[in-house]
Design a protein around this ligand. Structure first.
Ligand code: CP
Length: 301
């Protein structure tokens, strides 16, 4: 709901300031235990959740799945129930299968944060993207946002479409037909297959990585052709608003979905700012889920 999202973004603002100070630490979550449980690779999300927990004074454990008993055949659910028996306050979970995090959350009695499940959702990414946009543009309502590239496999796209629609933005998706989910317009987006048309007049241009690890078969003739038609360069960007922001959740594949010159144009590219906002947003999520010791039911994000 808009008020809940606005509250979380407002709380994140105070953490942006805290994270820019020399002393970044406070003791709000002293005594709380957070476990990072990542069944899929991550740089930004895992590190920022670890930093977020530590800066709030919690104990943070990074479970190394590759050296855990998962390698001996223990299931995801049994792994989660085993960790739950050690009384963590929050499990932060990333998993390659859509729906796995929800399933796991039903088997434990601590709070669970979805750090990305398959092609389904990546809610804290959408929140950090919203914070980045709101800080730069002063609002989300009424903005024209183009999300471009591999929509089909992107949990970032789904979470952003959901959040941006709730907050009153107008969302477009721009992609080849092969990289769009069936009936994508039912998600509340305008659909384009041409970058020039899709980017025309947009306030935000959000590029997505080709998720080749989730692809079976051929979705486009070649990387070269994909970049020619769908890679963001200055020529295509010229169709967007002159003040349009360039965004990418990372990791980027330079020369595939985005040209290096555009990615590194720090007048307009906010890609590094997105990473910074990730820590602040995740601090706010941890605070709101665990900050009140007398709080009622556990929550999930
Ligand atoms: N954006 C994002 O989720 O990045 P990581 O895969 O590095 O966590």
């Amino acid at each position: 709901m808009p008020p809940e999202i606005s509250l979380l973004l407002d709380r994140s603002e105070s953490y942006v300031a805290q994270n820019r100070r020399a002393d970044k630490k406070q003791s709000l979550l002293r005594g709380r235990t957070i476990i990072n449980l990542f069944f899929e690779a991550s740089t930004r999300t895992r590190t920022s959740f670890e930093l977020a927990g530590k800066r709030l004074g919690a104990d943070v454990i990074n479970m190394s799945v590759s050296t855990s008993s998962v390698r001996k055949g223990e299931t995801v659910i049994d792994t989660a129930m085993t960790l739950n028996a050690m009384h963590p306050d929050v499990l932060i979970v990333r998993h390659p299968e859509s729906g796995a995090v929800k399933l796991l959350s039903e088997k434990v009695n601590c709070a669970v944060i979805n750090a990305g499940d398959g092609s389904h959702e990546h809610p804290t990414q959408a929140l950090l993207d919203a914070l980045t946009i709101r800080r730069r543009k002063g609002r989300l309502d009424g903005l024209k946002v183009a999300i471009c590239g591999d929509i089909l496999h992107s949990r970032v796209a789904r979470s952003n479409i959901h959040l941006l629609n709730i907050m009153g933005a107008r969302v477009r998706v721009v992609a080849p037909r092969t990289l769009l989910p069936r009936a994508v317009e039912r998600l509340g987006v305008e659909v384009y297959h041409d970058m020039g048309e899709g980017l025309a007049g947009c306030d935000i241009v959000m590029m997505l990585r080709l998720q080749t690890e989730r692809m079976q078969g051929n979705y486009f003739p070649s990387i070269r052709e994909y970049f020619h038609f769908f890679g963001l360069d200055y020529e295509k960007l010229g169709r967007a608003s002159a003040e349009a922001l360039i965004m990418h959740p990372g990791p980027m594949n330079r020369g595939v979905e985005i040209d290096s010159l555009v990615a590194d144009d720090y007048g307009r590219s906010v890609i590094r700012e997105q990473v910074e906002m990730g820590v602040a947003v995740r601090m706010a999520c941890l605070e709101l889920l665990t900050g009140d010791p007398a709080g009622g039911d556990r929550g999930n994000i």
